[in-house]
Write a protein of this length. Sequence first.
Length: 88
Amino acid sequence: MEQPAGLGCLSLDLKLGVHEIITKRGQPRTEIKENDLMHIVQIVSPAAVSLPGAQDRLKKVERLYINLSTLLNIQVLRQLLYHMKKIQ
């Protein structure tokens, strides 16, 4: 049987004390600030999905799920929109 994708397929080195988190199920999340942007990275390992109506072997699928969101500071966005209006 195929093993579900875990954090081991990523180039990560995560430890909590002496425990390697890379081999465990989990949901690491981090926020990376870059100028006026905030990047939020969340990894779910494994993420289980049930597919109704699928063939038996595909009814339940476990895979690695990565969510990346990028947020822009609202004040910067307002300034950007204001300047874009002036250009038009």
